[in-house]
Design a protein around this ligand. Structure first.
Ligand SMILES: [Zn+2]
Length: 323
């Protein structure tokens, strides 16, 4: 008889459990509750923003730069750029309520008109699209002839350049996701520009490419200032550029200071615009005391003047709107 009692008890327990599960399930699917949940969701979810594509300008110089700001973006939006102006896809960084890219133009870019199309895709559909004709203005770059000793010329060997680029590439592989700079960039040293950006250089009658920045003539020991706020990513002696400092200003913008006599900041240091970071010297491949100052967007050298004229964020106001 005991066996039957246990079986009966188990059956009763199972029956009660089954009833309560069904009851619970009924609770979950009851139409009133479903409606309540839906209502709560509708209240909490803000409407999705509409993407908008904004350019900082339509006319540019070879060696210049421009900004693209994408307003009203969501995390799942994808950006596609189609153009013949620059080969690489620009890097976009989160900024205010959207995404920002600062795009550099090579000094070798021929003058003319270039199509530039930006497309924002959301859930597999085109959410925004804008195609513009960007105009690159003509610009002549001067030629410069240098005569140096064989020993000095040997300092510019491929091997030395390769060795240096291991370090500079490492420094430029890291960037702050948000702009660290504030306002326009400043000239790091007062003085005459002895070699302009983009100059076509001949060393001992052999063409050696374009001058990647400004050479500013100044006496040895003259203090060198940070061109803008940023983080020091490199501070060391290199073979060609001598004592060198690289500052990351965020969003792929870097400034570099070469041939320094003294390095006064360490890697990882946060600097403010105008802070003294080193002293003018003539270390590395150099014919006399001067500062070789460059600006790169990613690895592309641009004319430092284009960041000194105006804040590259100037086309976006603080509310994320255009001026
Ligand atoms: Zn130089």
């Amino acid at each position: 008889m005991g066996k039957y009692m246990i079986k009966a008890l188990v059956f009763v327990i199972l029956f009660i459990s089954a009833c309560s599960i069904i009851g619970l399930q009924e609770d979950y699917v009851s139409p009133e509750s479903a409606a309540e949940v839906e209502e709560v969701e509708q209240v909490e979810l803000p409407p999705e923003p509409e993407p908008e594509i904004i350019f900082s300008g339509m006319e540019m110089q070879p060696g210049g730069c421009f900004g693209i700001y994408l307003k009203g973006m969501t995390d799942r939006d994808e950006i596609q750029v189609t153009t013949t102006l620059v080969q690489e896809q620009p890097s976009f960084f989160p900024h205010l309520e959207g995404k920002l890219a600062i795009v550099g133009i090579s000094c070798r870019t021929k003058d003319g008109e270039y199509k530039y199309k930006v497309q924002v895709q959301r859930d597999g559909e085109i959410a925004a699209e804008r195609e513009e004709i960007l105009k690159v203005m003509p610009r002549e770059f001067d030629k410069q002839y240098l005569t140096v000793s064989t020993t000095q010329k040997d300092q510019r060997s491929d091997e030395n350049f390769d060795e240096d680029s291991v370090h500079t590439n490492r420094a430029k592989a890291v960037t702050s996701e948000k702009p660290l700079w504030e306002g326009a960039f400043v000239k790091p040293v007062e003085g005459r520009i002895s070699t302009d950006f983009g100059m076509i250089r001949y060393i001992n009658k052999e063409e050696s490419g374009r001058h990647s920045g400004f050479d500013i003539a100044a006496a040895r020991g003259t203090p060198v200032k940070a061109a803008n706020n940023g983080v020091v990513r490199l501070s060391m002696m290199l073979r060609v550029t001598g004592n060198t400092i690289i500052i990351d200003h965020g969003c792929n913008i870097y400034s570099s200071y070469a041939h320094l006599d003294k390095l006064l900041v360490e890697e990882g240091a946060e600097v403010k615009k105008g802070d003294i970071i080193g002293e003018v010297g003539t270390t590395g491949f150099s014919t006399g005391p001067h500062l070789h100052w460059t600006i790169t967007i990613g690895k592309l050298f641009i004319n430092p003047e284009s960041l000194m004229e105006k804040d590259p964020l100037g086309f976006i106001n603080t509310e994320g709107q255009t001026d």
